[in-house]
Design a protein around this ligand. Structure first.
Ligand code: ADP
Ligand code: MG
Length: 323
């Protein structure tokens, strides 16, 4: 390597932190968690050929690698504060690393996250980000709090990212402007941090939609040991996705497409007005898509109702790497 590992770290991954006593450069970073707060930790790995194309734009990849991690903090109702970056690179391609770090750091600054350390090594392109955040003691939003009678809400619109991926794979042909809309949703998702903070004392449970609505809502239902019914016609769609709803690809994207990074959460019916206020104050579109029910053994966990009232029984939800 013409450029050493240490040059890369110094040039592209060393930045002053705002919440950090000791950042990049020592054997470990040192941070202080605020008094009365819990520390939340999560990691997400992005592997070339599995989560992104090998020739993906490095700047957008830097954005996405951090965005999917920040999204986990949003889903917990936590404030993201610190991140580490483990990265394996096939070569010390400084232009690639510079673009990657620009995308990564632009999002880090926007969400006030300090890059406090990591590891840089040669190898097949692989990116592993760990995110750490804070929430006042006991206030983090978990997946296991849903109760029968809760409303089920989702933020934004669903399926655009998966529709963008379908277009890239030539499973559907979109017009240039539609392609651009979906590509932006796929490559540069916006984590819903403000919304997570606004609902954390109202909602009973939450998750971010990374693997598709059915799969991720399914996680809430299993962890909470409840069932749910949602209305197909209530699912929020962009104008782009709406145009293709007669296509199986678009319908699949809406119900089971991953990579949207919207929040799905449940909250008591009595909190409807407060939830709507949280949506307005964070300028986030929120849609109530159904209700949580009591789970009875042998009955389906999740029923999707078609516009004619028929129950579409869900057999296989979302996207699972090992199926
Ligand atoms: P060590 O030999 O102790 O593992 P390294 O030489 O791997 O240390 O890293 C030196 C410093 O640079 C450490 O503070 C480490 O956290 C940081 N670092 C390494 N790679 C990255 C990266 N990709 N992003 C941010 N910090 C990094
Ligand atoms: Mg190291």
């Amino acid at each position: 390597m013409a450029t050493s590992e240490f040059d890369l770290i110094k040039r592209y991954f060393t930045h002053r932190g705002r919440h950090t006593v000791l950042g990049v450069g020592d054997d470990a970073a040192l941070v202080k968690v605020r008094r009365g707060h819990d520390l939340l930790i999560s990691a997400d790995m992005l592997v070339a050929g599995r989560h992104f194309f090998r020739d993906a734009d490095p700047r957008m990849l830097g954005h996405k690698a951090l965005a999917v991690n920040i999204s986990d903090m949003a889903a917990m109702g936590a404030t993201p504060r610190w991140a580490t970056l483990g990265i394996a690179l096939p070569a010390a391609d400084t232009r690639w690393v510079q673009a990657f770090s620009r995308g990564f750091m632009a999002l880090a600054r926007r969400f006030d996250v300090d890059l406090i350390g990591g590891d840089t090594t040669r190898g097949p392109l692989n990116i592993c980000v760990q995110i750490m955040g804070e929430a006042p003691h006991g206030l983090a939003l978990c997946r296991d709090g849903a109760r029968a009678g809760d409303d089920i809400w989702v933020s934004g619109t669903l399926g655009d990212a998966a529709l963008g991926l379908a277009a890239l794979k030539r499973r559907i042909t979109l017009k240039p402007a539609e392609r651009a809309h979906c590509a932006a949703r796929l490559h540069t998702p916006t984590p819903r941090v403000a919304l997570g903070l606004a609902i954390r004392q109202i909602a009973h449970s939450a998750i971010d939609i990374s693997d598709g609505l059915l799969a991720d809502l399914g996680h809430i239902l299993e962890r909470s040991n409840v069932a749910a019914e949602i209305e197909l016609s209530e699912l929020p769609t962009s104008n782009v996705l709406k145009r293709y709803l007669d296509r199986v690809v678009a319908c699949g994207a809406l119900l089971a497409g991953g990579d949207d990074y919207e929040l799905c959460f449940t909250a008591p019916r009595s909190a409807r007005a407060r939830i709507e206020r949280a949506g307005r104050s964070t300028r986030t579109r929120l849609t109530c898509i159904g209700a949580v029910k009591t789970y009875r053994k042998g009955e389906p966990r999740l029923i999707v109702r078609a516009p004619d009232g028929a129950a579409l029984r869900v057999v296989r939800g979302g996207y699972d790497h090992f199926r």
